[in-house]
Write a protein that binds this ligand. Structure first.
Ligand SMILES: Cc1cc2nc3c(=O)[nH]c(=O)nc-3n(C[C@H](O)[C@H](O)[C@H](O)COP(=O)(O)O)c2cc1C
Length: 224
């Protein structure tokens, strides 16, 4: 068994949420390799409760046009409630990640219009040429959603390892009906979130955004 420890730590550290992409499409061989690698994600009883729909070309352009428009019209359809409430340290971390993002592009706390504009960039996929929508088939629930999360991280690490950038986006789950209709997805597949991906723009200030993490002792507790 090769020593993968350093390679793995480097890979995990190299993945960050990137929010500016070059227009060039990912080549077919890389696309296949990335999604094939992610199939090895673990899941409860190896049920692999995920369905992934990747939009590129005409499909992503339709969504890039319709998503911001319908969002502004208030046409929302969420398969999973958007009701996370953060308090205490969780609130602080949420605030810290938003601040890191706005600092990277020079948006101040008071500049509500600029914040809104940055938020709206979610719905144009940060100019990415591809987006992967992650669905949970019915009747799966919370336990299988954890499997879907493991799949998502495996997929994003595979992207990083293949020189691609990605951004997981809850915001892409706000218009599930539109996504299903555009991509011809069956109503029994429930949309959890999307991942914009492609070749990252190395010169975009937003891609310099980094976030910190809690100390090991704050979140991991060794016993015995
Ligand atoms: C499930 C999930 C949903 C997220 N949704 C969004 C989103 O809608 N828009 C966005 O810009 N970032 C989103 N993020 C990115 C987080 O803000 C980011 O992962 C966090 O701040 C840590 O930064 P890092 O990914 O660069 O390590 C999401 C991340 C996850 C895991």
């Amino acid at each position: 068994m090769p020593d993968l420890s350093k390679a793995f730590a480097d890979l995990v550290a190299a993945r960050r949420s990137l929010r500016a992409f070059l227009p060039e499409a990912v080549d077919e061989a890389t696309m296949q390799r990335v999604f094939d690698t992610a199939l090895r994600a673990p899941s409860n009883c190896n049920t692999q409760p995920w369905q992934t729909h990747v939009a590129s070309g005409d499909a992503i352009e339709t969504l890039r046009r319709e998503m911001p428009r319908q969002f502004m019209e208030g046409k929302l359809s969420m398969d999973f409630p958007y009701d996370g409430v953060y308090h205490g340290v969780y609130k602080e971390r949420q605030y810290g990640s938003a601040q890191a993002l706005y600092d990277s592009v020079g948006i101040t706390r008071e500049d509500k219009a600029a914040r809104h504009e940055q938020f709206m960039r979610n719905f144009t996929f940060f100019d990415a040429p591809h987006v992967a929508f992650l669905f949970l088939p019915e009747p799966f629930g919370l336990r299988e959603a954890a499997d879907l999360g493991m799949y998502a991280q495996t997929l994003m690490l595979a992207m990083t390892a293949n020189g691609l950038g990605s951004c997981p986006q809850t915001a892409l789950g706000f218009q599930a009906d539109l996504v299903r209709e555009t991509l011809g997805v069956d109503a029994t597949n429930k949309l959890m979130f999307g991942i914009s991906f492609g070749h990252p723009d190395p010169d975009a200030p937003v891609n310099a955004c980094t976030t910190d993490r809690a100390a090991l002792t704050d979140v991991v507790h060794f016993h015995g």
